[in-house]
Write a protein that binds this ligand. Structure first.
Ligand code: HMG
Ligand code: MG
Length: 299
């Protein structure tokens, strides 16, 4: 069966814009988030409190975050890699953070300048301090299926790091197919192995990139397994600057089109969302790669 409702974790303003060649003006980012909220998205990842030299596209986090006041109940999670990032996020009143680990050593080194275990040690005080402050913590886990340098990633390796993130106290885990190589059978096998290791499906979200056009199929496999949190990026923006061959995320419009057709509630107004992505594509000066955005905007 399928869930009656899916919570979309919108990552366009973070995963999308971190990968743009041009730096988007802060006010355009703020307007993007406001339009996403107006389209019915309730969880909108806003920015990252990482080192500004590592991700210059999001170096305006201090300027952006305060501009997002007044969005009511919309959750605005932010990425935080370490205590320095947590201090910055807490100083601005962030109520949801996300740490981001890797299932592979190569990506941990390239993305965090740490080994897998050193990055877990880096997250430990971040998660415990956040929890003590009543802040919700998401744990991303990248390279859950394949890694551009290491190839296919063994399920047992992913399960080990997922368990470690859960043991740190993360409230939810997001399983990242950073470079978009997963296929549906692999998704089901990983979810099953995580359940067998004691990680319940209810704490799991999925984060697919659409490099090989498999993101929707993979999502459907995850929904059939009971997953109800799905990451997606408006207009299919995205990638990761530290993972070669990562392209855009699953487009939120493609996801909503499928879920609308299946009768699964998301609370998202597809017309308003598409208009937002068309507007953002104009700001970026290139068309959205989303098939649904293209279809709905060329009627
Ligand atoms: P490092 O060079 O090892 O940092 O980088 P360090 O701990 O040695 O500190 C060096 C200097 O940086 C110090 O300054 C720190 O204060 C400063 P100094 O004392 O020399 O003057 N510093 C900071 N400044 C501001 N904010 C901070 C911060 N931290 C240290 N937070 C570090 C380690 C983690 C900082 C770096 O590797 C980094 O920022 N990485 C972020 C990479 C990133 O954002 N990648 C994209 C997100 S992950 C993703 O996209 C995947 C995902 O979508 C899921 C999927 O698809 O799989 C989530
Ligand atoms: Mg990503």
């Amino acid at each position: 069966g399928l869930p009656a409702r899916v919570r979309i974790h919108e990552v366009g303003a973070r995963d999308g814009l971190q990968n743009e060649k041009s730096v988007v003006p802060t006010e355009v980012k703020a307007e993007f988030v406001r339009r996403l909220a107006a389209a019915g998205l309730t969880t909108i990842e806003a920015t990252s409190f990482v080192h500004p030299k590592w991700v210059p596209q999001l170096a305006d986090a201090e300027q952006l975050f305060p501009r997002l006041d007044g969005l009511g109940d919309v959750a605005l999670p932010v990425l935080v890699p370490n205590e320095r990032g947590l201090d910055r996020a807490l100083a601005l009143g962030a109520r949801r953070i996300a740490v981001f680990g890797s299932a592979t050593e190569t990506f941990a080194a390239r993305n965090l300048n740490r080994t897998v275990d050193e990055s877990l040690a880096m997250f430990e005080p971040v998660v415990s301090r956040a929890k003590a402050a009543g802040v919700h913590v998401r744990g991303y886990l990248s390279m859950c299926f394949g890694d551009p340098w290491e190839g296919a990633v063994p399920v047992a390796q992913v399960v080990r790091v997922a368990k470690a993130l859960e043991d740190l106290g993360c409230d939810e885990l997001s399983l990242g197919d950073t470079i978009g190589v997963a296929t549906p059978g692999h998704v089901t096998a990983l979810l099953t192995a995580l359940n067998e290791a004691g990680v319940p499906t209810g704490t799991l979200g999925v984060h697919f990139h659409d490099t090989y056009g498999q993101a929707l199929s993979n999502t459907l496999a995850a929904l059939q397994h009971g997953v109800t949190t799905v990451d997606a990026s408006a207009g299919g923006l995205g990638g990761c600057p530290y993972a070669k061959s990562a392209t855009g995320n699953l487009a939120t419009e493609d996801l909503v089109w499928m879920l609308d057709g299946l009768g699964v509630d998301t609370g998202v107004d597809l017309g308003a969302l598409t208009a937002t992505s068309v507007w953002m594509a104009e700001q970026l000066g290139r068309p959205s790669p989303s098939r649904t955005v293209r279809a709905l905007s060329h009627k």
